[in-house]
Design a binder for this molecule. Structure first.
Ligand SMILES: CC(C)(COP(=O)(O)OP(=O)(O)OC[C@H]1O[C@@H](n2cnc3c(N)ncnc32)[C@H](O)[C@@H]1OP(=O)(O)O)[C@@H](O)C(=O)NCCC(=O)NCCS
Length: 426
């Protein structure tokens, strides 16, 4: 076992605990040899208290059955009209896929169930085309799904739903995944497929904001695979309805799910919502989140340990950065007014939000507060992150003599021998 990997995974626990992830898998995924490992990876997520919901597709199995039975399909993905014969094929395919998922989950010690959680209406007649037995989702039974999740059961959702009279309709699984992620306020939606050739998509960035994804879909509407276009279009819809991150993964890559979620680099394509971020003064209710945020950096000796009392005693010095009301960064500005100096301290950004410019934003924010208050010089003490200060936010190296006397005394007593970094405010 690789203990470093395990430690790496455990750092994400506070971030992911009790959050809902919707895993949407195309029918082809269950036929791949990596599927058994995927079930184990989902068991890892469950053991970290992630609440997992699975949505599956049936297109691959429908196409195979259609050939076997010589039945022409009116639509295999639930976006075109579904005639009675195609619905029948989709029902057989759905049973087959669901049973394969239940069996693999059982082997991975995952409890799962097939709930009737979708209320579906006929798609109707659009542009003169009668969509017959194709449905559109009217409602997701959120209470039922929460009930299962509370009991540690993974709901498996098929791309078939019924109306209140018990009539069955075929729905597109990518759209089902969006409806579920939206209704249950999932933090992640993960599309797994086995038939998209991502290597061919040289124009597709590894990380796209929702507007970049829109521009890609617009530019490549006629040139790229319909499967990829469907994933991207539904990712955009999911982002627009509040899901922050959507990942597109290929089952043919070993350990794709865990590598994507638990490594900085990732192996798939991510579409992310452009978040509303704001920096504000810290309040008493934030102290717990600040302690949680900095704990990993304290363990890595990047930050000095602080207690709840330390922070509360100087709460007015702390600022927090929120994205969509979640605390993801902090910085403190400890003033030494008699020397017109202030220390930039306790700078921290949640691991999953690193390298998006937030660290710089926090330092610039501290800089502008200092300027408004007439402080002439900022300093920071860093034993491990000094390059960030000198290379990214314009500090230069100084000496302990540059510190205010009371801070210098503490510096010498600490024995940390951090580098002293300085920046003129004006
Ligand atoms: C240091 C920290 C605040 C940076 O936050 P961030 O949001 O990732 O920073 P930004 O996105 O604004 O900047 C990222 C850039 O800084 C670089 N960077 C990050 N840490 C660095 C370091 N220790 N040395 C040099 N460069 C570093 C990144 O490589 C990236 O470079 P690029 O823009 O050229 O790609 C964050 O990594 C963190 O919380 N670290 C742990 C706590 C810590 O060390 N705090 C400082 C204590 S004094």
């Amino acid at each position: 076992m690789n203990f470093t990997n395990l430690r790496g995974i455990l750092t994400y626990v506070p971030e992911f605990r009790d959050k809902i992830f919707v895993i949407a898998m195309d029918g082809a995924v269950v036929t791949h040899e990596n599927f058994a490992n995927l079930a184990l990876d989902l068991a890892v997520l469950r053991s970290l208290s992630v609440r997992v919901i699975v949505v599956h597709g049936v297109g691959h199995q429908m196409r195979e059955l259609a050939v076997e039975r010589s039945v022409p399909l009116s639509s295999s993905d639930g976006t075109g009209p579904t005639d009675a014969a195609s619905l029948k094929v989709s029902l057989t395919a759905s049973c087959q896929v669901a049973q394969q998922i239940l069996a693999a989950f059982g082997a991975a010690d995952l409890r799962a169930a097939l709930p009737n959680a979708l209320v579906v209406h006929p798609f109707g007649i659009v542009g003169g085309v009668n969509y017959l037995l194709t449905g559109r989702i009217e409602r997701v039974d959120a209470a039922f799904l929460h009930d299962l999740l509370d009991r540690g059961i993974v709901p498996i959702i098929s791309p078939i739903g019924s109306d209140r009279e018990g009539n069955l309709f075929r729905v597109n699984s990518d759209a089902v995944a969006v409806a579920i992620a939206e209704t249950l306020r999932a933090v992640k939606l993960i599309y797994l497929s086995g038939e998209i050739d991502y290597a061919k998509e040289t124009d597709l960035a590894r990380q796209l904001s929702v507007s970049e994804a829109e521009s890609f879909v617009h530019r490549h509407a006629n040139t790229t695979s319909p499967l990829l276009l469907s994933k991207l279009s539904h990712s955009i819809a999911a982002c627009r309805s509040g899901v922050r991150r959507i990942h597109l993964l290929d089952i043919r890559i070993d350990e794709a799910l865990l590598s994507e979620l638990f490594s900085q680099v990732g192996v798939g394509t991510m579409v992310y919502a452009e978040g509303y971020e704001s920096i504000r003064k810290a309040q008493k209710k934030d102290v717990r989140s600040i302690l949680q945020l900095i704990s990993q950096s304290v363990d890595a000796a990047e930050l000095l340990p602080r207690t709840r009392q330390n922070i509360l005693a100087r709460l007015g010095d702390y600022y927090v950065l929120e994205i969509d009301r979640g605390l993801v960064g902090c910085v403190a500005l400890h003033r030494f007014p008699e020397f017109s100096q202030a220390e930039v301290a306790c700078l921290s950004v949640a691991r999953v939000y690193e390298n998006q410019g937030l660290g710089r934003k926090l330092v610039h924010f501290a800089h502008s507060v200092a300027r408004e208050e007439g402080i002439r010089q900022l300093f920071a003490l860093s034993a491990r992150t000094y390059n960030f200060f000198t290379q990214k936010v314009g500090f230069r190296e100084g000496t302990p003599d540059d510190l205010p006397p009371s801070r210098r005394l503490l510096y010498e007593q600490s024995g940390r021998r951090s580098k002293v970094l300085l920046k003129q405010v004006f």
